[in-house]
Design a binder for this molecule. Structure first.
Ligand code: CU
Length: 460
C-alpha cells in the first residue's frame, strides 16, 4: 500500500450526468456507490461556485446533481463490507457502499437537497451536525420528524448557512447505528474570502471512529460502551490508513471529527499547528495557540493548520497508546521482570501453541509471527524502512517532500534521510554508571530507606 496511486480508478460505479432531462430531474438522483476503501482524488466541483476541494482520508466526496440551482445528493443507508486494513473486513452499516459515507462538500449559501434512502433492517434518520437549518430538518427521530421506515426515502432541504467543518450521522437508535459505522463528513466552503478561514494547498478530513469486533468475527458488538478494540480513522486502522502526502512549504489543514465514546489527543510530529476552528466555526485569531497535540472530545470537531516546512515522514496519531493498537486483551498480566526461561519448552509439550508475552516488554509483538484467528489484525504491526513500526489503530504519517507536485496526493515512498541526520549507535566506551550495583554483581545494592515525616514526631 506504500506506493498506491490515488488516481488509479476512483471506484465510482455511477456518476451523475452533466445534463439530464426534465423527466430525469423529477426522479431521484442516481445514488453513486463506492466499492473501494482508497483515498479518492479531490472532487473538483463540476457545477456551482468553485472552491478548493478536500481530500477524505480513505474516503471520497459525494457527487451531486444540479437541479434548478439546488445541489441534490442521494445517500443510501445500507449494510456494507468495509476493509478495516488489508486482511480484515468488517460487516458495517454505512452509506453508498462504504463506512463512513461520502463527504458532502458545498459552498456557503448553497441550497442543498439530500435524499436519504433507508436500506437498513430498521428505521433511521439523518442529523446534520452543526448546521443552521429549519427545526424539521435537524433529523432527531421522534422529535423533529417521524423515523424513516425501512425501504423509504426522505428528503432534507436547507441552505448551508455557515462555512465550516461538520458531519452527519443518524439520530435514530444511535448507539447501534453509530457503533455500526453510520457517519460522514460535511464541509461548507466559504462563499467569498473569509477573514478567519485561510487558504490552504492541502485540506484533509476524516472522522475518528471505533469498533468492538471480536477477533475472528466481522460484526461490531454494538452494546460495548468503552472497551473498543479497533480504533479507526474513517473505519480504517494502521497500517490500512493512507498517508497524508504534501509538498514542502504547503499550508495544510486537517479537519477531524470525533464520533467515538472517548476523547482522542491528536498529535503531530515535527511541526506545531494552530487549531483554527471547530464545528462551531472559525476561531478568533486570539484564541489560536501553537500546539503539537490537541484533544478532540466526543462529538467535537477540530481544524489543525500548519505550514509543512520540515521534510520527512512524520507520525500523526492519537496519543492514547492503547488507541495505536489493534485488538488486544487488556487482562494480560504485566510480565516485565518475570523470568520464563525453560518454561515455554515445558509448556509446549502439553500445549503446542503456548507462548509467553511481555517478559521484556511487549515489543516482540511487533515482529512475532503469532497464529491469529481469520479476519483479525495483529495487535502491533506495520513495517517502516528501519523495521517494525509496532503500531496499530489511529496512526498514520504526514509525508513532506520537496518534490511532491502541487495537487499530487500519491504516496512518495519512504523518506531518504540526508547522510548524518539519523540517530546512531554510540561506538565508544560505555560510561561507568554511578548508580546502584546490579543484583548479581556481588556488590551490595542500594536499599530504599523509609523516612518518617518530622510532623509525625511532633505529636509525641
Ligand atoms: Cu485515541
Amino acid at each position: 500500500m506504500n506506493r498506491r496511486n490515488f488516481f488509479a480508478g476512483a471506484g465510482l460505479t455511477a456518476v451523475a450526468a452533466a445534463s439530464v432531462s426534465k423527466v430525469a430531474l423529477a426522479a431521484l438522483p442516481e445514488p453513486v456507490l463506492m466499492d473501494k476503501p482508497d483515498t479518492a482524488p479531490p472532487l473538483v466541483p463540476p457545477t456551482g461556485r468553485p472552491y478548493h476541494p478536500v481530500v477524505t482520508l480513505n474516503g471520497w466526496t459525494c457527487p451531486w446533481r444540479m437541479n434548478q440551482g439546488v445541489k441534490e445528493f442521494h445517500l443510501v443507508a445500507e449494510p456494507v463490507v468495509r476493509e478495516i486494513a488489508p486482511g480484515m473486513k468488517a460487516h458495517l452499516w454505512g452509506y453508498n457502499g462504504q463506512s463512513p459515507g461520502p463527504t458532502i462538500e458545498v459552498v456557503e449559501g448553497d441550497r442543498v437537497r439530500i435524499f436519504v434512502t433507508n436500506k437498513l433492517p430498521e428505521h433511521t434518520t439523518m442529523h446534520w451536525h452543526g448546521q443552521r437549518l429549519p427545526n424539521g430538518m435537524d433529523g432527531v427521530g421522534g422529535l423533529n420528524q417521524p423515523q424513516i421506515p425501512v425501504g423509504k426515502t426522505f428528503v432534507y432541504e436547507f441552505v448551508a448557512r455557515r462555512p465550516g467543518t461538520f458531519m452527519y450521522h443518524p439520530h435514530a437508535d444511535e448507539m447501534t447505528q453509530m457503533a455500526m459505522g453510520m457517519m460522514g463528513f460535511w464541509v461548507t466552503h466559504p462563499k467569498v474570502k473569509h477573514p478567519l478561514i485561510g487558504e490552504v494547498q492541502r485540506d484533509f478530513c476524516f472522522l475518528l471512529n471505533a469498533y468492538d469486533i471480536e477477533p475472528g468475527s466481522a460484526t461490531p458488538k454494538v452494546n460495548t460502551m468503552l472497551d473498543f478494540n479497533l480504533w479507526t480513522w474513517n473505519s480504517r486502522a494502521f497500517p490500512g490508513i493512507d498517508t497524508l502526502n504534501v509538498r514542502q512549504g504547503d499550508k495544510v489543514r486537517i479537519r477531524v471529527g470525533n464520533l467515538t465514546m472517548t476523547s482522542h489527543p491528536m498529535h503531530l510530529h515535527g511541526h506545531e499547528f494552530l487549531v483554527t476552528g471547530s464545528d462551531g466555526g472559525p476561531w478568533p485569531l486570539a484564541a489560536r495557540v501553537p500546539e503539537v497535540t490537541t484533544d478532540v472530545a466526543v462529538g467535537q470537531m477540530r481544524q489543525l493548520e500548519f505550514v509543512a516546512d520540515e521534510e520527512g515522514d512524520w507520525a500523526l496519531h492519537c496519543h492514547k497508546s492503547h488507541h495505536t493498537m489493534n485488538p488486544m486483551g487488556h487482562a494480560v498480566p504485566t510480565m516485565i521482570g518475570v523470568d520464563h526461561r525453560g518454561l515455554v519448552q515445558k509448556m509446549q509439550k502439553l500445549v503446542p501453541d503456548y507462548m509467553v508475552m511481555g517478559e521484556r516488554g511487549m515489543a516482540d509483538m511487533g515482529e512475532m509471527e503469532m497464529p491469529l484467528p481469520d479476519n483479525t489484525l495483529p495487535m502491533m504491526t506495520g513495517t517502516g524502512p528501519w523495521g517494525p513500526v509496532e503500531m496499530g489503530g489511529m496512526f498514520s504519517m504526514l509525508k513532506v517532500r520537496r518534490n511532491q507536485k502541487a495537487g499530487d496526493y500519491s504516496d512518495p515512498g519512504w523518506f531518504q534521510q540526508p547522510a548524518g541526520t539519523q540517530a546512531y549507535e554510540w561506538a565508544g566506551e560505555a560510561p561507568a554508571a554511578p548508580r546502584a550495583a546490579a543484583p548479581d554483581s556481588g556488590q551490595p545494592a542500594v536499599e530504599l530507606k523509609a523516612v518518617k515525616p518530622n510532623s509525625h514526631d511532633a505529636h509525641h
